[in-house]
Design a protein around this ligand. Structure first.
Ligand code: HEC
Length: 204
């Protein structure tokens, strides 16, 4: 990942040098003119199609499931203690080392930052309970994707989220809790929203 990043960065530098004067200086954000913005806008489709149907998920499209998912996205109750000393309570961290209940999905996929992690930009990896090995990608339009994660190792959303929940450096779930999903089930069972979902679906 880092090698690829360095390669892309060096290619961008060559492009910048070849394109000559008028480019923003080091550390300056590029400013696009109205004309450039309208050219960029032609590259986007006018409207996105709905996400492809997911036959592996019987709750897909259920508004209660969507409501539950949204709640869980911001729910930090699953998380164990922050492990890494870089968690010093500063703005680039989710709290201080040892604190529990600090990590939610939204801690790394930050809504105000396009659902990516802009707390730990300099490292290109994500800090939650500890340092992960990869940067948290944006979740914009993620419902359109057929393969998930940087290397495409997941092909369903419901299988993907347990990876974050059970990651020792993500939610640190395994740090202070039984090494199975009992804690997750308990929190879910306490959720009125989930209970309503079960009531709606007699197969559950
Ligand atoms: C510790 C930071 C962190 C937390 C917390 C976290 N994620 Fe992620 N997420 C990542 C990283 C890093 C990746 C990419 C990992 C990889 O490719 O190996 C990722 C990938 C994803 C992807 C795939 C995106 C794509 O474009 O392929 C989805 C979807 C996702 N996360 C959803 C969630 C949800 C839902 C939660 C909460 C249950 C969550 N994440 C919690 C860091 C985090």
């Amino acid at each position: 990942m880092r090698k690829t990043g360095a390669l892309i960065a060096s290619q961008l530098l060559v492009c910048a040098l070849m394109s000559g004067a008028g480019e923003p200086g080091a550390g300056e954000a590029p400013v696009f003119s109205a004309a450039e913005r309208s050219i960029i806008a032609t590259l986007a489709p006018p409207a996105l199609p709905p996400p492809p149907p997911d036959r592996t998920n019987r709750f897909a499209g259920n508004p209660l499931a969507a409501e539950l998912g949204k709640k869980l996205f911001f729910d930090a109750r699953f998380s164990g203690p922050l492990l890494e000393g870089d968690n010093d309570g500063g703005p680039a961290t989710l709290g201080k080392k040892g604190q529990t209940g600090r990590v939610a999905c939204a801690g790394c996929h930050i809504p105000a930052a396009g659902f990516q992690d802009n707390r730990t930009l300099g490292y290109s990896i994500s800090l939650a309970a500890g340092w992960g090995r990869r940067h948290a990608p944006s979740l914009y339009d993620v419902g359109q994707q057929k393969l998930l994660m940087w290397d495409g190792r997941r092909d369903t959303f419901h299988s993907q989220i347990f990876e974050a929940l059970e990651s020792p450096v993500g939610f640190a779930f395994a740090g202070n809790l039984p090494p199975d999903a009992r804690h997750v089930s308990k929190v879910l069972n306490d959720s009125k929203c989930l209970v309503r979902l079960y009531e709606l679906d007699p197969r559950s």
